[in-house]
Design a protein. Structure first.
Length: 134
């Protein structure tokens, strides 16, 4: 596709009980750009938001810290080993736990409530329902 630079595109649509996250990714083997949709329950986004609200606005929170808080809030003990959160296992598995967090982060980022980059997550907003960018 002309002009494609290998970057993924993301679109988020909001519905009463969920978000629909649509992403476009370039297949490395074929070069074909594929569309993939994900349903993200608003409950997961709300849990992630409550985890972020524990930290000061504009501070950078490591994704591993948010992941730990996310698992604790959901009573998900699959990634707790000897009483400690196992970030490599959570991240490396790319399992449902990781993607539940990742997609909820993408929904909030799309709304302009957070910034997510290699340093972590920065909370920009004060209320989950505010629409900063719109």
């Amino acid at each position: 596709v002309e002009g494609w630079k290998g970057e993924s595109g993301v679109e988020v649509r909001e519905y009463p009980l969920m978000y629909r996250l649509i992403e476009w990714r370039k297949d490395k083997s074929t070069g074909e750009i594929k569309r993939k949709g994900h349903k993200v329950p608003k409950e997961l986004v709300e849990i992630t938001w409550r985890c972020l609200m524990k930290y000061p606005k504009l501070s950078v929170i490591k994704m591993s810290t948010v992941a730990r808080d996310f698992c604790v809030a959901r009573h998900d003990t699959n990634y707790i080993v000897n009483g400690k959160f196992d970030w490599p296992r959570f991240f490396g598995s790319r399992s449902s736990g990781y993607f539940k967090l990742y997609y909820s982060v993408k929904c909030m980022e799309h709304k302009g409530l957070i910034l997510h980059d290699e340093r972590g997550i920065t909370r920009l907003g004060d209320e989950l329902n505010e629409k900063i960018l719109e």
